[in-house]
Design a protein around this ligand. Structure first.
Ligand SMILES: [Fe+2]
Ligand SMILES: [Fe+2]
Length: 291
């Protein structure tokens, strides 16, 4: 009995030793920018983080089809209708790639869909906002897909191979989504006063939700540390949000539209914009990788 207990203790200690050696090897591979593949050893926390992130991302792609999908029958021209159908179909495809990437981690698509339908799974809350006018379709493409690109380009270099490879293709398509949205906004902004007002009001509605897509501020972000260590995440939420603002503000100026932030100004010393930051600093705000 005593010997058996001792054996069990020894086996447990050896397993722990193995585990820590495996983790060291895993981290060395991540540091060397090697891709981790589905059959490779990985820490359980890395696996669970990826399942959570990739499935939330997949759900966001699928739910993201809804606010724009309801404009397909009301698109103003055949050209705009074709573009919108292609875009919404792309989002469904993104969901499918991402469910496949999540499945390589040992979770089934049925489980993931069940979690979405039961309301247990999270997805990007931006897709719960209403799209009352045609200009909202333009603002979504320009701002929501634009913010998604900012989040997703670094994910093309994510340490987990299947996720990184899915993101390469997704990002190419997101680039078309962003441009078609901007093109739509440009046409409205150069149109009648009523069309220009419609574009401005859509910008007013989507500006703050787009900034919130980058998640809580770094001080309140619970997942950033591990994700950066594992090279899932390359930049912090606030770094990405800043990049998005610096990239998007000149585009709004070119449209002749006003970003609805009275505190927005260019800081010449820092070579970046200052903007109102409190709206997205709540802890627990939904981090949206989706789109
Ligand atoms: Fe998109
Ligand atoms: Fe997408």
């Amino acid at each position: 009995m005593y010997t058996q207990a001792l054996d069990a203790q020894t086996a447990e200690a050896a397993a722990q030793l193995d585990e820590s050696a495996l983790e060291q090897r895993f981290l060395a591979r991540v540091d060397a920018e090697e891709k981790i593949e589905p059959k490779d050893w990985m820490p359980a926390r890395y696996r669970n983080t990826l399942i959570r992130q990739i499935s939330q991302h997949a759900h966001s792609e699928i739910v993201g089809m809804l606010p724009e999908g309801n404009w397909i029958t009301r698109a103003p021209t055949l050209k705009r209708k074709s573009i919108l159908i292609a875009k919404v179909q792309d989002e469904g495809g993104h969901g499918a790639y991402l469910y496949s990437a999540a499945e390589t981690l040992g979770v089934s698509r049925d489980q993931l869909v069940e979690q979405l339908l039961s309301g247990k799974a999270k997805y990007s809350s931006i897709f719960n906002y209403p799209t009352p006018t045609w200009a909202d379709v333009g603002a979504i493409g320009w701002l929501v897909d634009g913010a998604a690109i900012m989040n997703q380009i670094p994910l093309c270099r994510c340490s987990y191979g299947p996720y990184a490879r899915a993101m390469v293709r997704v990002c190419r398509e997101e680039s078309f989504h962003q441009r078609q949205g901007y093109d739509l906004m440009l046409h409205l902004a150069q149109g009648t006063d009523e069309q220009k007002l419609m574009a401005q009001e859509a910008l007013n509605r989507w500006w703050w939700p787009a900034l919130m897509m980058f998640g809580p501020s770094d001080a309140n972000s619970t997942h950033t540390g591990d994700s950066q260590r594992w090279k899932i995440k390359r930049f912090s939420n606030d770094e990405l949000r800043q990049k998005f603002v610096d990239f998007t503000v000149p585009q709004a100026k070119f449209l002749g539209l006003t970003v609805p932030d009275p505190l927005l100004r260019w800081n010449d010393a820092k070579q970046q914009h200052e903007f109102y930051a409190a709206k997205h600093s709540r802890s627990g705000a939904e981090h949206a990788d989706g789109r």
